[in-house]
Ligand binder design. Structure first.
Ligand SMILES: Cc1cc2nc3c(=O)[nH]c(=O)nc-3n(C[C@H](O)[C@H](O)[C@H](O)COP(=O)(O)OP(=O)(O)OC[C@H]3O[C@@H](n4cnc5c(N)ncnc54)[C@H](O)[C@@H]3O)c2cc1C
Length: 420
């Protein structure tokens, strides 16, 4: 293996000796061991660190809280971990305009607590405790509420990034309507740290709904799951989230409705009425709703997989998934955003069987315009099966964008689609 010269002293001169350390085994990314962890405290310091990395050709992995570092393929190389957690300031909260400007290392939970003081929220609920705002943008992570509010890509209105060569670039602004030629905010959303370091982002905010209820129906079959979800989607209920919970033990569709206190009861009743033909309907307490665990990477040996398909194909997705898993002796637990076509499956079983299962589902789903993405699993599993699957028409474009932003290929090399 090639050993690169690590300019530790130079990096210490930039960020201070206390913010550079030798990487430990727990800093490894998918089994690839970096040499140094560097934690800059300002945008200027990020720029200076990247200039050094660029000059020396050092592979840089950007890390927030590290909750989603298992997404993507193992890096082809990793020299520096560039940690963003010191960039943790809320720079501006214009409550009257419902807009916010924050540094990338701010943790979502802390941000939400602070915004709640003004009765506002960043309308995103990805289930990764401790995640930073920058990491959420970089991974385009989302949760159940994406049905009503969209993903972070829909909420971001401006961004500041440090490019591979240390150049600082920004796009968009603080206003919601912003006409820009080139939308860096959207491009960097979901770029997984392969195009540059996100250092700041501007978002539009939403008021926190005053009241919420969750109605759930016990289901008999995958067909009932699809039909119940469709009944809610095609109604006037305007649900915030429509979630499927499917495993050996539970077969439940839950519908979250939010509104002003006077409105929420009507919404709850309408949702319950629509769900009644499909099974027993009941209201979930906050505790019950909270106990419906998301599928996360690294949880007790479950390998998380994200299946994207049109919501109308939910029944097919469930049948394919459980059919293939049954044949291969793989255990499955599903948590799906039933109305947006994003299904998360937690798989339990041998690596060979899980790899074969992912390939089998991909064969069907990619042909139909969807995707099956591995969001975790061991490096050995990822050697058996690519995390992303085929990139199709998108791959050429992604390669050209990467070439433009990071021609030396130093940012998260190999982790993205097509080994970018
Ligand atoms: C016909 C059809 C209709 C759909 N309708 C809706 C809808 O109405 N609403 C809705 O919310 N969803 C819908 N979906 C699901 C949609 O495909 C997913 O939302 C999509 O995968 C985007 O997911 P994402 O935004 O969460 O994250 P992604 O954009 O998938 O990002 C996840 C991460 O994977 C990366 N990535 C790179 N390459 C790929 C790849 N080839 N495949 C997947 N990820 C990749 C991203 O850059 C990012 O880092 C529909 C899908 C289909 C096929």
């Amino acid at each position: 293996m090639e050993t690169r010269r690590m300019p530790a002293k130079e990096l210490e001169g930039i960020v201070g000796a206390e913010h550079v350390r030798e990487a430990a085994p727990e800093d490894a990314v998918d089994g690839v061991q970096p040499s140094l962890v560097v934690e800059p405290g300002s945008v200027e310091e990020v720029g200076a660190v990247m200039r050094v990395a660029h000059r020396e050709g050092l592979a840089v992995i950007v890390r927030g809280s590290g909750t989603k570092l298992g997404w993507g393929n193992p890096p082809a190389a990793a020299d520096l971990i560039l940690g963003t957690t010191r960039l943790d300031k809320v720079l501006e909260h214009a409550a009257g305009d419902l807009v916010l400007r924050v540094q990338a290392g701010v943790r979502l939970e802390e941000l939400q607590k602070r915004l709640a003081g003004a009765g506002q929220m960043l309308a995103i609920d990805p289930p990764h405790p401790g995640a930073t705002v920058g990491g959420i943008v970089a991974a385009n992570a989302s949760g159940p509420r994406r049905y009503k509010y969209g993903t972070i890509r829909d909420l971001i209105i401006g961004i500041k990034v440090v490019l591979a060569d240390g150049t600082v670039a920004r796009a968009g602004g603080k206003v919601v309507k912003n006409v820009a030629g080139y939308d860096l905010s959207k491009l960097f959303t979901g770029s997984l740290g392969t195009l540059g370091v996100i250092v700041e982002a501007n978002f539009r905010l939403h008021p926190i709904p005053k009241a919420a209820r969750t109605v759930a129906v016990e289901l008999e079959s995958p067909r009932a799951a699809r039909e119940a979800a469709q009944a809610i989607m095609h109604s006037q209920v305007e649900a915030t989230a429509v979630e499927l919970h499917w495993s050996e033990e539970e077969r439940l569709l839950s519908v979250l409705v939010e509104s002003i206190p006077e409105g929420v009861e009507a919404k709850r009743e309408a949702a319950a009425f629509l769900l009644r033909p499909f099974g027993e309907v009941r209201e979930l307490s906050d505790e019950e709703a909270g106990a419906l665990e998301p599928v996360l990477q690294g949880d007790g040996g479950e390998v998380p997989v994200k299946i994207s398909a049109p919501p109308a194909e939910l029944e097919d997705v469930l049948e394919e998934l459980f059919g293939a898993a049954g044949r291969r002796g793989v255990g499955v637990r599903v948590r799906g955003h039933a109305a947006t076509g994003v299904t998360y499956a937690g798989l339990r079983g041998g690596e060979e069987e899980i790899a074969a299962l992912v390939e089998e589902l991909r064969e069907i789903r990619v042909r139909r315009g969807g995707s099956v993405v591995l969001l975790g699993g061991s490096p050995e599993l990822k050697r058996r099966v690519d995390a992303w699957g085929p990139g199709g028409d998108y791959l050429g474009l992604a390669r050209r964008v990467k070439e433009k932003f990071d021609p030396r290929g130093i940012l998260g090399p190999g982790r993205f689609i097509g080994g970018i």
